[in-house]
Design a binder for this molecule. Structure first.
Ligand code: GLU
Length: 482
């Protein structure tokens, strides 16, 4: 069996977008499911837009998601370097080869001349194609222009007839009419290769077996196949993964909320949730299961089950998944994740670790993001300074509210330590002896103790807060009502 070698090849010109993260994930799942290798390659030939910050951000994003690579930056490998900017001599060698073989040619047309050609095509309502002006330059003309110091681009000679067929593992055969392509540029005037050329050289020399990438590159693939052809080297297999669209099927943009991995991290999402969500954006494991472990994803991943149609980005599903993972995650880990901001609030200290963990454990099942834990846990760390308005109208304004709270207060003061199960029993019999339903004592007590009408189970909350705090808060509520 051939060696499976796939790659994720981001251009470090921005953040790690969820589209890129999904491409990385599909490559990773493919490699891991077949015992193959994932190569990370930084495509930084766009010198004006590539930045070191972006490269670092992308690498951090992948690490955070738990997508590891076998060769690439920070790892090395036998087929490096893994940054295109460090591979210029290799590209130059093969550009020269194509020039020497007459398969490519120098083009000296200035941007102004090309603009005139383009405008002419537009006026005649034709698709613009480079007219091939420089294709017929003789070698002595070329030599002369080079000697004058002109800095030409290099174009590939593209056949005017026939079709180029992309055999796509997701889409089947996609045909491109060669007539619609022009002699496209493979090296820019500064000597740097264009994306299409560099990618071919790298995929070949890095022994990539499968190129799994975004659909937006499908139209580049015939160009790349023509380069493979010209260089007489075999192309890898291709799989173009569909676009991710907004719920209204428009292009995904900022207005649809967070779209970069870093933003999700900073908003309190867990990597497992994002991985789980992204895996199902276009891939269907063939059952209705939504929550999947990474092991299950690896075991079940198959390009045959990746959809041709666009995937719809639905943050409510992601948020739901995040809530699930927050509720299920190891509590120590959740604690570590929020430790820093919780310390900044003065909530977590070196002395209250156990208490904090119990609080998180109690409230987390309602948290959809890590930061919602802070809201849900507020009254465990801060005094109650106001009461939910509707709740106060309902439970504090009714006759008998003070009597009810006083009864609970007395009940607590007769017990030294509060245990949830005991409390419940006592409160129920207290209610009975007053001819009330238990809920008639529970609701005002909850409001007094937390300021809220919704909390986790009241008795667990009281146990955790302790008798003293509960009594103090009930007294405070009684004076508020009185
Ligand atoms: N560097 C390209 C990008 O970031 C990816 C190219 C490829 O996968 O072939 O879109």
């Amino acid at each position: 069996m051939e060696d499976i070698r796939v790659r994720f090849a981001p251009s470090p010109t921005g953040t790690l977008h969820i589209g890129g993260a999904r491409t990385a994930l599909f490559n990773w799942l493919y490699a891991r499911s077949l015992g193959g290798k994932l190569i990370l390659r930084l495509e930084d030939t766009d010198t004006t837009r590539s930045t070191e910050d972006s490269a670092r951000g992308i690498i951090e994003g992948l690490e955070w998601l738990g997508i590891d690579w076998d060769e690439g930056p920070l790892k090395g490998g036998a087929f490096g370097p893994y940054r295109q900017s460090e591979r210029l001599p290799l590209y130059k060698q093969y550009i020269q080869q194509l020039l020497d073989e007459g398969k490519a040619y120098y083009c000296f047309c200035s941007p102004e001349e090309l603009k005139i050609q383009r405008e002419k095509a537009e006026r005649n309502k034709l698709n613009y194609k480079y007219e091939g002006t420089c294709k017929s330059l003789t070698s002595s003309q070329v030599k002369e222009l080079l000697e004058q110091g002109m800095q030409p681009v290099v174009r590939l000679k593209v056949p005017n007839t026939g079709v180029t067929v992309v055999h796509d593992l997701i889409r089947g055969d996609v045909e491109f009419d060669n007539r619609l392509l022009d002699d496209f540029i493979i090296a820019k005037s500064d000597g740097w290769p264009t994306y299409n050329f560099a990618v071919v050289i790298d995929d070949h020399f890095m022994k990539i077996s499968h190129v799994i990438r975004a659909e937006e590159h499908l139209s580049n693939t015939p160009k790349q196949l023509l380069i493979y052809n010209a260089l007489k080297i075999d192309a890898p297999q291709f799989a173009h993964v569909s676009m991710i669209l907004a719920p209204d099927r428009s292009k995904l943009s900022k207005r649809h909320g967070a779209t970069s991995v870093q933003e999700f991290r900073d908003q309190g999402y867990l990597p497992q949730a994002l991985i789980n969500y992204l895996a199902l954006l276009g891939w269907s494991p063939g059952n209705d299961v939504d929550i999947m472990s990474v092991q299950d994803m690896i075991a079940g991943f198959d390009l045959n089950n990746v959809s041709k149609s666009a995937a719809i980005y639905d943050t409510s599903k992601l948020t739901w998944m995040n809530g699930h993972y927050i509720a299920e995650a190891n509590i120590d880990w959740i604690f570590e994740l929020i430790d820093k901001p919780a310390r900044a609030k003065g909530w977590f200290t070196d002395d209250n670790r156990e208490y904090c963990k119990q609080v998180i454990d109690l409230v987390r099942s309602r948290a959809k993001t890590l930061y919602e834990i802070f809201d849900l846990a507020e009254y465990f760390f801060n005094p109650v300074i106001n009461y939910d308005e509707k709740g106060a109208n309902k439970y504090f304004s009714r006759p008998g509210a003070i009597d009810k709270l006083t009864a609970v207060l007395n009940m607590i003061s007769s017990a030294n330590v509060l245990y949830a199960s005991e409390l419940e029993q006592k409160l129920r019999s207290q209610a009975e002896s007053m001819g009330l339903k238990a809920s008639e004592l529970i609701h005002p007590t909850r409001l007094a103790i937390s300021g809220r009408t919704m909390t986790p189970g009241l008795f667990e909350v009281m146990e955790l807060l302790g008798a003293e705090t509960c009594m103090q808060r009930i007294k405070q509520a009684i004076s508020f009502i009185a």
